[in-house]
Design a protein around this ligand. Structure first.
Ligand SMILES: [Ca+2]
Length: 279
């Protein structure tokens, strides 16, 4: 490499270093990272049958403790043993979630649905919600809410993935709000054990008349059902190592559709006419 070219390369590398150190204020960051040795920052409500507890499970990818929901024999459809949730301080337009889940080896799927978790838009907490659940044992991601015409779902993706009982899975999701409201261009991506099973870019999380401003609450609320039916024996569902972040979670699969928020800090233009002393 010629001396002049080497100088230009050094200047370019210096510029890259400067660029990488520019803070992107207002974005990113882990909101919660819980191993469920305790409930930590997670709120709990609507306890039924003492159903939500911290329990030891050495088979967890994050042993020893996990979050356990207990469904006793005779448990009626349409209920959850408890809700364990996390509410971030302010609504966000995009976030990433990672958690592990396991159905007990004797798990009895409800004939209609078994919910895992909900993401609520706020501040109304009712305009829209996203849910991860199983329908007839097959995993589903859906979006809906009472603000939608006749209460119907606005979006539902059923990737035909049926989790095995008695086995831990890693689940990742990435959601990004549609913009403007009323336009079906929101993002929903989901991975199981780092394999993408949902890749949607046409989700309408919020209708044009919604008063909500973003995603805010995340609840583990494993409703058994659908109405009707009841458990014929005791069984359990487990969750562990829940991470929620407004930026990509380190070590998790990268989304296909990363739409970076605008960088508010001024980005310098490429320096001109610089030379390296002593060259
Ligand atoms: Ca754990």
């Amino acid at each position: 490499m010629k001396k002049n070219e080497w100088s230009k390369l050094k200047v370019f590398l210096l510029f890259i270093v400067i660029l990488c150190n520019i803070p992107t204020s207002g974005y990113g960051g882990e909101l919660v990272n819980t191993n469920f040795d305790s409930f930590g920052d997670w709120f709990q409500k609507n306890w039924i049958d003492d159903g939500s507890s911290i329990s030891v499970d050495s088979t967890s990818p994050d042993p020893p403790n996990v979050l356990k929901f207990y469904f006793p024999s005779g448990y009626l459809g349409g209920n959850t043993p408890a809700t364990v949730g996390f509410k971030i301080p302010n609504p966000v337009q995009e976030y990433y979630v990672q958690y592990y889940f396991k159905y007990s080896s004797n798990w009895e799927f409800h004939p209609v649905a078994d919910k895992q978790m909900y993401i609520y838009t706020e501040p109304s907490h009712s305009d829209s919600h996203c849910a991860i659940m199983t329908h007839w044992g097959s995993l589903v991601f859906s979006v809906g809410g009472p603000s939608y015409p006749d209460g119907s779902r606005s979006f539902k993706s059923n990737p035909s993935f049926t989790p095995e009982r008695g086995r831990w899975y890693k689940l990742n999701i990435h959601v990004k709000m549609n913009s403007p409201r009323g336009t079906a261009n929101g993002i929903a991506e989901m991975w199981i054990d780092d394999v993408k099973i949902i890749n949607a870019t046409n989700v309408m999380y919020l209708l044009s008349n919604s008063s909500d401003s973003g995603f805010q609450s995340f609840n583990f609320s494993p409703v058994y059902g659908g109405a009707g039916s009841q458990k014929s024996h005791d069984d359990y569902v487990y969750f562990d190592k829940a991470i929620i972040s407004t930026s990509h979670i380190s070590g998790s699969p990268l989304p296909d559709k990363v739409i970076d928020p605008p960088i508010t800090d001024k980005v310098p233009s490429f320096p001109q006419g610089l030379t390296i002393q002593g060259q």
